[in-house]
Design a protein around this ligand. Sequence first.
Ligand SMILES: C[C@](O)(C(=O)O)[C@H](CC(=O)O)C(=O)O
Ligand SMILES: [Mg+2]
Length: 306
Amino acid sequence: MLYTEVSPAAKRQALRDGLASRRLLQLPGAFNPLSARLIEEKGFDGVYISGAVISADLGLPDIGLTTLTEVATRSRQISRMTALPTLVDADTGFGEPMNVARTVQELEDAGVAGLHIEDQVNPKRCGHLDGKAVVDVGTATQRIRAAVAARRDPALLILARTDIRALDGVPAAIDRARSLIDAGADAIFPEAMATLDEFAAVRAAVDVPILANMTEFGRSALFTTRQLADVGVNLVIYPVTLLRSAMGAAEATLDVIRADGTQEAAVETMQTRERLYELLDYSGYNTFDTSVYNFAVPSIHSGTKE
Ligand SMILES: C[C@](O)(C(=O)O)[C@H](CC(=O)O)C(=O)O
Ligand SMILES: [Mg+2]
């Protein structure tokens, strides 16, 4: 009922413990707070909060147009909804190193368990597109040093993402990763790795956890958890997967309504009213007021029969 009782501190510890276990942790991206609860119910290890999803949700391309306030608000809304640790995409940190410091504190206050800061120049773009540019190593490490110095909870996980592989190749990504770790990064997100061998090369070069981005229609094939675990990846995100699925389903339903003059043919694929209420723990609200949940919910076609 209401929001999770698990504190941000406990979630950060859970993420640290998960990484220490050496098990591959899976974090699907929540496209809204409610989907975070679904991710938790299905037994995942954490919830990813994607910059691409926040942008798309606002009808914007993922080129650094969202503000820290928007990302922090979404982070708080999603984090409070789940007992799982959340990992948020802080893009380039929203400005200069001093802004990066403020970003870290705002996101920490929003209750996330971790965040990643990348080394792209602004305006940034999706890591799986052409035409990216990265800042020099001095600027990239300054961002990470500022982030690490700003966190008040030492358990907050700070991942450094490097986008350099697409420009200068894997050896450059390894060099950059080492510098970012020297600057204090807890973990590395090597963006747009093309093959499992490339992940293995990064794994062999660094001692900290590494993250794989299994975004669809990108540069990496969609490797399985077994494949990723075998090359020593520690975290895998499915950042935009649920948004793409939900939008695909929404489009199909709109087509059904246009074609048939009713949504009837699409109802079978919908989440039922009963399932929605279960996910919301509707009945739990009777703790406050027994009139809240004193009705029966028809389990089929609940939309049309009430
Ligand atoms: C992980 C990512 O940074 C995100 O914002 O979710 C994106 C995902 C995507 O655009 O598919 C990325 O740059 O890879
Ligand atoms: Mg992003």
